[in-house]
Write a protein that binds this ligand. Structure first.
Ligand code: G1P
Length: 274
C-alpha cells in the first residue's frame, strides 16, 4: 500500500558542530548504528523497501553506508567479526535506495517537493531521522499505515509537549475522531507558546498523499522564510482531510544534544539486554 519512504537528510546539523563538520548528522551513531539506519529499519518493519533520500553536499557517507563495502567485507570474511555486518548487509540487500540532492536549504516543504521525482504519484511515508522513535508493539510508521488503510488521507504523528517546548514544533488544532485519532482543523509551524492552538506537536513521521506536491509548489515561504510542510498540510486539511495520530511509543529528539544523549542511554541499556 505505502511502498516508499522519503528521508529529508540535507540539513547541516549545526547543533552538533563540530561533530557534523565532515560527517552528516544522520550518520552520528546511537550506540552502534547511525541515526538514519534506525529510520530505515522502522520503514522496513512497516513493509517499505524503497527509500528515497534527499541529500545535499557533504552527505556521501549516507550512500556508502547503504551499499556494499567490498574491501571491508573481504577483510573480515571468515573472521570472528563477520557477524557485525550481517544486519546491515541484509538490510542493503532487501532495499532499494534512491537519492536526489536538495541544492538549496529552503525548508522541509521544499525538501519533500525535491523528492517528487523519486516518489511519483502515490502515497508515501516521511521519516525525519532526527526523531528517533521506538513504537510500542509496532513501529510508529507501521501504526500510521494501519490508520492510512482506514482513512486514506495524510497523517501526521503527534505527541503532547509541555508549553515551554511547544515553539520548536508544528502544532495542530484537532478534534478527536476516535481514541488517539484527530481531524486537523488548524496547523501552525513553531508558534509562540501563547499562540499555540494546543499541546499536540507534530513529530517527524508523516504519511502523505501525492497531491501534497502540487500544494507545495503553490506554498509561499512561511516561518523563517522557509517552505513549510506544515503550511502545505494546512491547505490539505482545508480541502481534504488530515489526521493527527497520537502514536504509541517513545520519541527522542536526536536533533538536540540532550535528546541524543537520552537516546544513547536508552538504546545502550537495550543493547546490554537490560
Ligand atoms: C520539523 C517540522 C515541524 C515538526 C518537527 C518535528 O521541524 O517543520 O513541524 O514539528 O520537524 O521534529 P524541524 O525540527 O526540522 O525544525
Amino acid at each position: 500500500m505505502i511502498k516508499k519512504c522519503l528521508f529529508p537528510a540535507a540539513g547541516y546539523g549545526t547543533r552538533f558542530l563540530p561533530a557534523t563538520k565532515a560527517i552528516p548528522k544522520e550518520m552520528l551513531p546511537v550506540v552502534n548504528k547511525p541515526l538514519i539506519q534506525y529510520g530505515v529499519e522502522e520503514a522496513i518493519e512497516a513493509g517499505i523497501y524503497t527509500m528515497a533520500v534527499i541529500t545535499g553536499r557533504g552527505k556521501r557517507a549516507i550512500e556508502d553506508h547503504f551499499d556494499i563495502s567490498y574491501e571491508l567485507e573481504h577483510q573480515i570474511k571468515g573472521t570472528s567479526k563477520e557477524y557485525l555486518l550481517t544486519d546491515i548487509r541484509e538490510l542493503v540487500n532487501k532495499c532499494t535506495f534512491t537519492y536526489t540532492r536538495q541544492k538549496e536549504m529552503k525548508g522541509l516543504g521544499h525538501a519533500v517537493l525535491t523528492g517528487e521525482p523519486l516518489i511519483g504519484n502515490e502515497p508515501f511515508a516521511v521519516v525525519l531521522a532526527d526523531d528517533l522513535c521506538e513504537g510500542e508493539n509496532h513501529g510508529v510508521l507501521k501504526q500510521m499505515i494501519e490508520l492510512y488503510k482506514k482513512y486514506r488521507c495524510s497523517i501526521v504523528a503527534v505527541m503532547e509537549v509541555e508549553k515551554e517546548n511547544i515553539h520548536k514544533y508544528g502544532v495542530v488544532e484537532a478534534k478527536e475522531l476516535e481514541k488517539d485519532v484527530f481531524v486537523v482543523s488548524n496547523m501552525v509551524e513553531k508558534p509562540r507558546a501563547e499562540e499555540a492552538p494546543s499541546n499536540l506537536a507534530v513529530i517527524g513521521r508523516y504519511i502523505l498523499t501525492p497531491d501534497i506536491f502540487e500544494i507545495l509548489k503553490n506554498t509561499k515561504p512561511g516561518k523563517n522564510g522557509e517552505i513549510q510542510l506544515t503550511d502545505a498540510l494546512m491547505t490539505q486539511a482545508k480541502t481534504n482531510m488530515v489526521i493527527a495520530y497520537k502514536f504509541k511509543g517513545k520519541r527522542f529528539d536526536c536533533g538536540s544534544v540532550e535528546g541524543f544523549v537520552e537516546a544513547t542511554n536508552y538504546f545502550y541499556n537495550k543493547f546490554l539486554g537490560k
